[in-house]
Design a protein around this ligand. Structure first.
Ligand SMILES: [Zn+2]
Ligand SMILES: [Zn+2]
Length: 340
């Protein structure tokens, strides 16, 4: 099969990779209908994270089940399925509490690399959710968004306790931030402040439900959010970037007693203890347990109540993956969909 590998930082290639095989009786093999490039893929692409040479890439996926292992009982060949970037059993105590990204038997799909024609999905019964039928082509980008960015934005909005009567501020105008706006709107937030300085992204944020746009960043961004909220800060803040500045901006924009949901992938930002201590806020986040939300999100997409697939503003054949990475790295594209 053809699949994306990162040869070395900045060098994305599409190469022949071995077809995946059933390795465990709980595995499934799917044929990808669509896959995509994630903001988090840009960390190794930029060399900020060293994964060594020739690593398979990709952890977001939708597709049709080709084959299942002999212990798979609910997922069947021919079904169209959506899964998350952590494979999980969905039965352990952590999964049953709704934290499937921390399943005791989890496998990171990025290690498998779903930017490919085929992928092995571990723990298929727990990981995959089948759609009610074969989706119309126009629904596929939205279903793919559910695999990570929508589920992650949704978790952030839930963690930030977005809801009726609340003002929600969203730090980050990437796909996750924009879908955090959509999630906050769906959860009934009264006012949604999107922090963005890019016109096309501001436009999409407004389409998804943003009521205010703040272009300032850092301390100035915090001051602007306070100005818009009677000097108090937002009830709910979504952090969807993961840099030092964005995290401090998010803490600063949350009012005392408010909730911060942080999902921006971070590996080297440090939260100053005194700043967090004196903020007096609830903080909840981390890798999103997307699997918890998949049935609900698939339902909303299937019934055309939400259209998160709009974040894919660049659609390319899998073979053009390198351009897909470049466009995101240069911020010419919000998110690249790759069609195997
Ligand atoms: Zn992702
Ligand atoms: Zn589990």
């Amino acid at each position: 099969m053809r699949g994306v590998i990162l040869q070395s930082p900045g060098d994305v290639r599409v190469a022949d990779r071995p077809d995946p095989k059933i390795e465990q009786p709980t595995d499934a093999i799917i044929r990808l209908s669509a896959t995509c490039v994630c903001g988090s893929d840009l960390w190794p692409y930029r060399g900020a994270e060293d994964h060594g040479p020739m690593v398979p890439m990709g952890h977001e996926y939708v597709g049709v089940v080709e084959e299942v292992g002999n212990e798979v009982t609910t997922i069947k060949p021919g079904q169209f399925v959506v899964g998350s970037f952590w494979a999980c059993d969905n039965t352990c105590e952590i999964c049953r509490a709704g934290y499937q990204a921390y399943c005791v038997n989890r496998t990171l799909m990025g290690m498998i690399g779903t930017q490919a024609e085929l992928a092995r999905i571990p723990l298929a019964d727990g990981t995959l959710v089948a759609t009610p039928g074969t989706p119309d082509a126009e629904l596929i980008p939205s279903l793919l968004a559910a695999s990570d960015v929508l589920g992650t934005g949704w978790f952030a909005a839930v963690a930030a306790e977005a809801g009726p009567g609340k003002t929600v501020a969203v730090v980050g105008d990437g796909a996750v931030g924009l879908l955090g706006v959509l999630a906050a709107k769906q959860l009934g937030a009264e006012r949604i402040i999107a922090m963005s300085r890019h016109e096309s992204r501001q436009q999409l944020a407004r389409e998804f439900g943003a009521t205010d746009i703040v272009t300032e960043r850092g301390d100035e961004g915090v001051a602007r959010v306070k100005e818009l909220t009677g000097g108090l800060g937002a009830h709910s803040v979504i952090e969807a970037v993961g840099t030092q500045q964005s995290i401090q901006q998010a803490i600063g924009a949350t009012r005392p007693g408010g909730h911060l949901g942080f999902v921006g992938y971070t590996f080297d930002a440090a939260i100053p203890g005194a700043e967090l201590f004196n903020a007096g806020i609830h903080v909840h986040g981390g890798p999103a347990p997307v699997r918890r939300f998949l049935p609900e999100l698939i339902d909303l997409i299937w019934n055309r109540q939400i259209d998160p697939g709009k974040v894919f503003d660049l659609h390319l054949p899998l073979e053009d993956a390198a351009e897909g990475y470049r466009a995101m790295d240069e911020r010419r594209a919000i998110k690249t969909l790759l069609k195997p």
